[in-house]
Design a protein around this ligand. Structure first.
Ligand code: ADP
Ligand code: ADP
Length: 231
């Protein structure tokens, strides 16, 4: 069943067109990769679908609701409740230990400090980094920081995880570990994933690929895996 869609999405930054009318559908529980060369509009599509950017034209729908016309406050509430986001640089709070970073979304949602801490520790355990609960981001490797950011994105148990080049700043081994965990946790929690990447190996983790070129769906339909770049 369809969980999220964009229909005819158009978005420009000033005079620079980023999306020229993109229609996509994402089913419940699917892991979808949005792929294509740098500058083709992948991040813009993710930001529009996640309700962070408002498109210039077109529709965004989530479940049975059309959300593109909603106010910023209403979209922010929807994001806090049902969406998780993960970017290339985890954007952890530098002053906060890992457990506090992960607990933060729960505290903002009104959880008690102790419950939030317990949940954060449980996530650190699931990710195999419980020993880092009291470490600050600056004391962790890049992979450890991204795992912490992944835990923070999932701690509220979102319906959809939007991930934009989540391993783009990592070496290939650390990147693989983070992706393995992202996919495993998403399957366990039945979280739908929209994963932006320019990397064929990363796209290989997805159930399906949505290919963009110059702000539109790639008419060749070959994608990264189809070009034989994944070997
Ligand atoms: P991708 O994620 O595929 O690299 P983006 O969605 O980031 O593509 O960018 C699509 C186009 O929009 C590019 O031409 C890019 O330079 C432009 N763009 C993206 N963000 C901005 C911005 N904040 N201001 C101006 N132009 C932007
Ligand atoms: P990776 O290559 O997997 O990202 P690193 O070589 O960066 O790993 O880090 C290896 C270990 O060293 C990690 O467990 C991390 O906790 C520790 N570490 C990395 N950078 C720092 C730092 N600036 N201060 C303290 N510990 C660090």
């Amino acid at each position: 069943t369809q969980l999220l869609y964009g229909r005819g999405i158009v978005k420009s930054y000033g005079k620079t067109p980023a999306l020229r009318g993109v229609t996509v559908q994402v089913g419940e529980g699917e892991i979808v990769a949005v792929t294509g060369p740098s500058g083709c509009g992948k991040s813009t599509l993710l930001l529009c679908l996640a309700g962070i950017l408002r498109p210039d034209a077109g529709e965004i729908g989530y479940r049975d609701r059309r959300i593109d016309g909603w106010s910023e406050a209403a979209r922010a509430r929807l994001r806090r409740g049902e969406f998780g986001v993960l970017f290339q640089f985890g954007q952890l709070v530098a002053e906060m230990p890992a457990a506090e970073n992960i607990a933060l979304p729960l505290l903002l949602a009104g959880a008690r400090r102790r419950e939030a801490r317990t949940a954060a520790i449980a996530w650190l355990e699931r990710l195999g980094i419980a020993h880092l609960a009291d470490s600050r981001p600056g004391e962790m490797s890049g992979g450890e920081q991204q795992r912490t950011a992944l835990a923070r994105a999932l701690v509220t148990e979102p319906r959809i995880l939007f991930a934009d080049e989540p391993t783009g700043a990592l070496d290939s081994l650390a990147g693989e570990q983070v992706l393995d965990q992202l996919v495993r946790l998403a399957r366990e929690q039945r979280t739908t994933v929209v994963l932006v990447t320019h990397d064929a190996r990363v796209a290989g983790y997805a159930d399906r690929e949505i290919m963009l070129r110059d702000g539109a769906l790639d008419p060749s339909g070959l994608g990264l895996s189809g070009l034989g770049l994944s070997g």
